[in-house]
Design a protein around this ligand. Structure first.
Ligand SMILES: Cc1ncc(COP(=O)(O)O)c(C=O)c1O
Length: 378
């Protein structure tokens, strides 16, 4: 059996979220755009979910559009903001998720000028660099709320202030922050932001994007009827119902979960005290489930595969980039050399972990480190 420490990649579905998904699949199966009673019944559930989600994040429900997940939400949010602003300059952090990086590559080909801001060695956006790059033509600043590799929380209030000063719009990828930190207090700073269901124990293939309702923009496709014309395709009502149950639980238990996660992370580092000289902790021991670690001289990919053989699952970065060549951009933008960045592993914790799970992981890593020393000495 595997003990799972890759909750930032995806989570198992919560039992109550699964029940809601099944109930809605059986009882609210109508197409939300159909005019008969089955459609109306599903549409009512959908609007109830929209209002509940808006309340969880302290935003207006008219700004919420349900999507297939964080990736699509990032694309829809960014395209909407670019349509709403005449500028042709975009600023992004060098550590954005691949869903944003891929979109930026396309936008660059279409003629947008893209500037990328580095992170400081502590993994925080370099505000001075942002300040030196932002200008009147800057249509969009896109900065993640919580970093997907090392779990640092970005200074969104300061970024918002700069955007306001220059009239730029601010999109934030909140996929790793929703249900993990207080997004309701951060939401007023964003013009658009994205969230995803499967990172908070909801069903996969569901998410939402918030776009400030006062912004005027043309949707990507014309004449779409679903989601007020912003997102085409039959609405996944059962998935959204499951998402809302999971989201509700995550937000309601936020502080309790944060406290368990902080304790588990601290306990884990305590267990590795003897090996501290061989380890670099990235992002610090905050309340976010993610913990970045570099083990001196050990290839992260090798550590991950060895741990997998011993029954422990973690990753070497965001799941969408681990199959691509090279180490995480987050580390490179913090100033790590390629070689050092390759020693990176990402552990992501859950409130579901027991102390025994954490001890097992620490023992497993100690064993892998000891095996490596033995190999070198042979
Ligand atoms: C920061 C971040 N943004 C976006 C995504 C993509 O979300 P989804 O898998 O729902 O498309 C992920 C998922 O790994 C992520 O970590």
């Amino acid at each position: 059996m595997t003990t799972y420490f890759d909750y930032a990649a995806t989570c198992p579905i919560d039992e109550e979220a699964l029940e809601a998904y099944m109930k809605a699949s059986k009882e609210f199966y109508g197409n939300t755009s159909s005019l008969h009673d089955a459609g109306t019944k599903a549409a009512k559930l959908l609007e109830h979910c929209r209002t509940s989600l808006a309340n969880l994040m302290n935003v207006k429900s008219e700004g919420i559009y349900f999507t297939s997940g964080g990736t699509e939400s990032n694309v829809i949010g960014i395209q909407a903001l670019l349509d709403a602003h005449p500028g042709n300059h975009i600023i992004a952090s060098a550590a954005e998720h691949s869903s944003i990086q891929h979109l930026l590559e396309k936008l660059e080909q279409e003629g947008y000028e893209i500037s990328r801001v580095s992170l400081t060695p502590e993994g925080i956006l370099d505000i001075k660099e942002l300040e030196s790059l932002i200008r009147e033509e800057t249509a969009l600043v896109t900065i993640q709320h919580v970093n997907a590799d090392i779990g640092t929380v970005q200074p969104i209030q300061r970024i918002h202030t700069l955007c306001k000063k220059w009239g730029s719009l601010f999109h934030s990828d909140c996929v790793q922050s929703f249900g993990k930190v207080d997004l309701a207090s951060a939401a007023p700073y964003f013009d658009s932001f994205s969230i995803s269901s499967h990172k908070v124990y909801g069903p996969k293939g569901v998410g939402a994007v918030y776009i400030r309702p006062s912004l005027s923009f043309q949707p990507l496709l014309p004449n779409v009827i679903h989601e007020s014309g912003v997102r085409a395709g039959t609405v996944n009502t059962p998935g959204i119902a499951g998402f809302l149950v999971a989201a509700d639980k995550s937000v309601a238990s936020l502080e309790e979960h944060q406290s368990v996660i902080r304790k588990r992370k601290e306990y884990f580092m305590e267990l590795l005290t003897e090996a501290a000289g061989e380890l670099t902790v990235l992002g610090g021991l905050n309340e976010v489930p993610i913990l970045g670690l570099c083990i001196k001289g050990m290839d992260g990919q090798w550590a991950m595969l060895e741990a997998n053989r011993k029954g422990y699952a973690f990753s070497t970065g965001s799941a969408c980039q681990v199959r691509s060549e090279g180490p995480p951009q987050t580390l490179l933008s913090m100033g790590f050399s390629e070689q050092n960045a390759k020693t990176f592993i990402r552990l992501s914790f859950s409130h579901l972990h027991s102390e025994e799970d954490v001890k097992g992981l620490a023992d497993c890593l100690k064993q892998i480190m000891a095996d490596q020393v033995r190999k070198v000495n042979v």
